[in-house]
Design a protein around this ligand. Structure first.
Ligand SMILES: Cc1ncc(COP(=O)(O)O)c(C=O)c1O
Length: 364
């Protein structure tokens, strides 16, 4: 069809993880454990739930188009001005707006190969030249990425920590890299898992880099447990934010999303508890994987990626777990066909994953 540009026509459809309902229906199972999308297994905070309930009577109204109240709350929490903050339909919504705001004809993008699939989808749809630079030891190879910077470079994307590897770029590594990047290049720091990693040694909180060409993206989808409501936020220089605001869809995020996020920001106890529970379950799962001899990549997030001897073995472990009602993520669509990612569940979910793994591993 000539209506569609070739760079869109040639795109592959995004293959999402299986939903709980589809697995229930397909396999006729009652109990399903969904450990495939790195969500918070504890659900959202009660405060967020109450805010949603209290907002239901208002959903015939549009939300405030610039999300002033939530931006104000974020400004207070992170000691910023409101002009430094943008909201979107998840951090992916903001990524999409960034592409439309900054990319011009001939501009190029640099990022790691087989990093976050959401960015890959958006970057490919931009029709721009993209340098997918292979990772080294399952980490962004910043030194190698530098070699692709040229006069056309416009955007560099770094997921920190990365999904699906769970690794992060260290502070000094980034600072060295940044010192060599021209100021006309926009660096997107995607910190979707920030709250899980922020206290790790050498983890660079990009809020310490308030330079004119860095944008930090964070989300209410992970630790805050609000993935279904699609609320993300970005911090940057007011000039960048001002231009992004001109391009952004006016009434995003939704009213329920905004009100839930405002309330969620008031529940530090929930956040702390979620981080602590994740730490415990991650450690348990890692120990058990090690005991079973399943190779894995040490993780700084709420998931852990396992490595299998072949694509066949990775697919088989995914499928065998699925048959038991445990949904995990075979990483073939991400470009890692021998890898399977396990999101960290609550205690029961983690137990179910471990015991089912013990059962099916003999069959791989
Ligand atoms: C690295 C990374 N960035 C962004 C997102 C998406 O976040 P959101 O739900 O805010 O669009 C994810 C979700 O899996 C992610 O892993």
């Amino acid at each position: 069809m000539t209506l569609v540009p070739s760079y869109i026509k040639n795109l592959k459809n995004y293959v999402p993880g299986k939903s709980i309902d589809s697995v229930k229906n397909e396999l006729g199972l009652k109990k399903i454990y969904k450990l495939a999308s790195n969500e918070n297994p504890n659900g959202p905070s009660k405060k967020a739930l109450n805010a949603i309930k209290n907002s239901l009577d208002s959903i015939h109204r549009y939300p405030d188009p610039s999300g002033l109240e939530l931006r104000n709350k974020l400004a207070q929490k992170f000691d910023l001005k409101i002009d430094n903050i943008v909201l979107g339909s998840g951090s992916e919504g903001i990524m999409s707006t960034i592409m439309r705001t900054f990319l011009n004809k001939g501009d190029e993008i640099i990022t790691a190969k087989n990093s976050f699939i959401g960015f890959k989808v958006l970057a490919n749809a931009s029709g721009k030249k993209i340098h997918w630079v292979p990772m080294k030891n399952h980490k962004y190879d910043l030194k190698h990425m530098l070699k692709f910077v040229n006069k056309n470079t416009k955007i560099i994307y770094i997921a920190n920590p990365d999904n699906p590897m769970g690794t992060f770029v260290k502070q000094l590594e980034f600072e060295k890299f940044y010192s060599k990047i021209p100021k006309r290049v926009l660096i997107i720091f995607d910190e979707a898992y920030f709250e899980y990693s922020k206290d790790l040694k050498n983890y660079p909180d990009s809020m310490n880099y308030r330079y004119d060409n860095i944008i930090t993206l964070r989300t209410f989808s992970k630790i805050y447990g609000l993935a279904g409501l699609r609320v993300g936020y970005g911090f940057a220089h007011s000039d960048l934010i001002g231009n992004i605001m001109k391009v952004k869809e006016p009434f995003t995020p939704s009213l329920l999303g905004i009100n839930a996020a405002i309330a969620a920001l008031d529940d530090d106890a929930f956040l702390k508890e979620s981080v602590n529970k994740n730490k415990i379950e991650l450690k348990t799962l890692k120990n058990e994987l090690d005991k079973m001899g399943i190779k894995n990549i040490p993780s700084s997030t709420n998931f852990i990626t396992s490595m299998w001897p072949s694509t066949k073995a990775a697919k088989r472990i995914n499928d065998l777990l699925l048959k038991k009602g445990v949904i995990v993520r075979h990483l073939a669509p991400f470009g890692w066909p021998k890898y399977v990612r396990f999101s960290i569940g609550n205690k029961d979910e983690n137990k179910a994953l471990i015991s089912n793994l013990e059962n099916v591993i003999k069959e791989v």
